[in-house]
Design a protein around this ligand. Structure first.
Ligand code: UT7
Length: 334
């Protein structure tokens, strides 16, 4: 008898309408389109505008689309996990807000925070509940409203991030099916805190007039230090999951890298021996949406994916956190 695995049976993304271009950023900070494009690969990013619009807006749109597409009754969802670094509020969990809005009244829900690796962590976690046989329908959301924690006077970070996200449906494989989430390697190193963090707004340094004056409610990133860790670790962990499972570059149909920087993506693909035609790329459109990048890639490329395709997901982010997941895609384009 085959082991029951979790397989992805649908994916849906969502980005808000407003498009922030490199040209508009040139009017906000001392930067230019040439620098942003050559150093990051980003041309535009989408921004969620309006009063009281949180990350749940992105998650709700993605999950509603997913339910329609997979012909799923919201009441049949057992569990909804939302990977996010920008929850609507410290509590309740954004996952609960999303589940309530979409009518997933029988699900239990929680948020998971692993910065840019959040979607990978949530996918690996959610798939366990399917593998044990405990649940049949698990929704994994990866979504962030990064514009809510970005300082638009800091040119080193404001050019990078955007808002958006996506959701996937996880269901058990059928008897005899050898596909789905095949393996995962997840890593953390807490010493990375010094290079990438948000100083205030948590329990260590709650919001105060002083934290506001010091502009501590924004992302702090030591870009070039993070770049070095990201290049090495994302490439290493991707190569590691391939070696562990005897996969060569030839066997891999797609690399789905976290979209932080085109140069990090290129280095990872080179290390894996995967040609650029097999690398999912949408950083030019959306920038870095943190937990949203990987489901947005799967959504953009869904029509090109075939049943049995070997897909390697890879991410690196704040924490530090990083990892890779090997998936055998479960369905052909409709
Ligand atoms: O997703 C979570 C994990 N995060 C990452 O993986 C991000 C990793 N880091 C990066 O992607 C890159 O380090 C950045 C895109 C953030 C920065 O690129 P870089 O090539 O590492 O640039 P740098 O920080 O070494 O800065 C080079 C120069 C500096 O000027 P000087 O000191 O050489 O005169 C910066 O002040 O570029 C300057 N600079 C800019 N110039 C124009 C920094 N930001 C900008 C800008 N426009 N927006």
């Amino acid at each position: 008898m085959n082991k029951t695995r979790a397989k992805i049976t649908g994916v849906q993304g969502y980005v808000p309408d407003y498009v922030l271009t490199n040209k508009e950023l040139e009017t906000m900070v001392d930067t230019n389109d040439e620098w942003i494009t050559s150093r990051t690969g980003i041309k535009t990013r989408h921004i969620l505008k309006g009063e009281d619009q949180g990350t749940s807006v992105i998650g709700i749109a993605a999950v509603n689309g997913l339910l329609k597409k997979t012909n799923t009754d919201a009441a049949d969802i057992d569990l909804l996990i939302c990977a996010t670094t920008t929850p609507d509020m410290p509590f309740p969990a954004t996952a609960n807000i999303i589940a309530n809005a979409v009518g997933a009244k029988n699900a239990f829900n929680y948020d998971l925070q692993a910065a840019c690796s959040g979607f990978l962590y949530a996918l690996a976690t959610g798939s366990q509940f399917i593998e044990t046989g405990k649940y049949k329908k698990v929704v994994i959301v990866g979504a962030d409203k990064m514009s809510s924690i970005i300082d638009y006077t800091d040119r080193t970070t404001c050019i990078i991030f955007g808002d958006g996200g996506g959701a996937v449906m996880l269901e058990p494989t059928e008897e005899g099916e050898e596909l789905g989430i095949m393996d995962s390697i997840l890593k953390s190193d807490g010493s990375g805190e010094e290079h990438l963090h948000m100083k205030a707004g948590g329990s260590r340094r709650p919001a105060s007039p002083e934290t506001l004056d010091r502009r501590e409610h924004f992302v702090y990133q030591a870009g070039s230090a993070v770049f070095k860790f990201a290049v090495t670790n994302m490439a290493d962990v991707s190569a590691q999951i391939m070696e562990k499972n005897n996969l060569t570059g030839e066997d891999v149909s797609w690399l789905v890298p976290h979209q932080a920087n085109k140069r990090i993506i290129d280095a990872t693909a080179r290390r894996m021996g995967v040609g650029e035609e097999k690398v999912m790329l949408n950083i030019h459109k959306y920038g870095n949406t943190t937990s949203g990048t990987i489901p947005l890639c799967l959504w953009d490329y869904e029509s090109q994916l075939k049943k049995g395709d070997n897909i390697i997901l890879a991410a690196f982010g704040g924490g530090f956190t990083w990892g890779s997941i090997w998936i055998k895609w479960a369905y052909d384009p409709s």
